[in-house]
Design a protein around this ligand. Structure first.
Ligand code: URA
Length: 237
């Protein structure tokens, strides 16, 4: 099945329009550490906009040399759900927005299938903010160099639920090296936050079956569990 057709499998309505991160006038990025030897301490940034300006000058790892744009986030910076992906691909590097290619379109459909929107419910980001050349998996030193930014995003957004898409995101965030097939759909805790590993949407594009037990079917179970848990949290249960 063509990937365009697969995106339509989760289609309920039109896709949300991504909102670019705005820039903050008068902010001086020279005052914050772009060298990996200088740690990014919690509380460095007052906003995602500040962090975005810094990331676009960052040379904490080699990915800074080849990026077009650092890819910080899209969605509601006060959302109850944060989704963490692996790293930007070509479309994301070009636009500066995460998950805007085929995998991102499928992710939006999956969210819409349980009435979750990036305008209200979801904030999307990645473990690394710059595109690994040729879309290779980010390396351990790159994930480590970028970790302070992710921790700052978690602090600023303060989500109630974090979804980790694919094994690299799980490893990069929690350090868990287990296979995604084994741990997907299981609630876990990380830094006091409720987390769930889920399949990466790009994996779903490569696995078109919707049969019971297939990756897409499992994703449907997982996203319904996320919706139910969010409803519980919002109703104060
Ligand atoms: N895949 C990811 O993990 N992140 C993106 O932003 C795009 C594709």
């Amino acid at each position: 099945m063509a990937s365009d057709d697969q995106i339509s499998l989760f289609d309920l309505s039109g896709t949300a329009t991504p909102t670019p991160v705005a820039s903050t006038p008068n902010y001086n990025p020279d005052l914050i550490p772009t060298d990996a030897k200088v740690p990014i301490v919690p509380g460095t940034y007052n906003s995602m906009e500040e962090m975005s300006q810094h990331c676009n000058r960052c040379q904490r790892c080699k990915l800074g040399q080849s990026r077009t744009h650092a890819v910080i986030s899209r969605g509601n910076p006060q959302a109850p759900i944060m989704i963490v992906g692996e790293g930007p691909g070509q479309n994301e590097d070009e636009t500066g927005l995460p998950f805007v290619g085929k995998a991102g379109q499928l992710l939006d459909k999956i969210l819409e299938s349980v009435r979750l929107t990036t305008e209200r419910d979801v904030f999307i980001c990645n473990v690394v903010k710059c595109r690994p050349p040729g879309n290779r998996t980010p390396e351990a030193d790159e994930i480590a160099a970028c970790r302070g930014y992710l921790i700052e995003q978690v602090r600023l957004v303060d989500p109630q639920i974090i979804l980790l898409t694919g094994a690299t995101a799980v490893r990069g965030v929690t350090g868990d090296k287990q296979g995604i097939t084994k741990i997907r759909g299981q609630w876990t805790e990380w830094q006091g936050k409720l987390c769930m590993p889920i399949f990466h949407p790009a994996y779903l594009l490569r696995n078109p079956s919707k049969e019971k037990g297939s990756p897409k079917w499992l994703m449907w179970q997982d996203i319904q569990a996320v919706r139910a848990r969010l409803d519980e949290l919002l109703s104060g249960e």
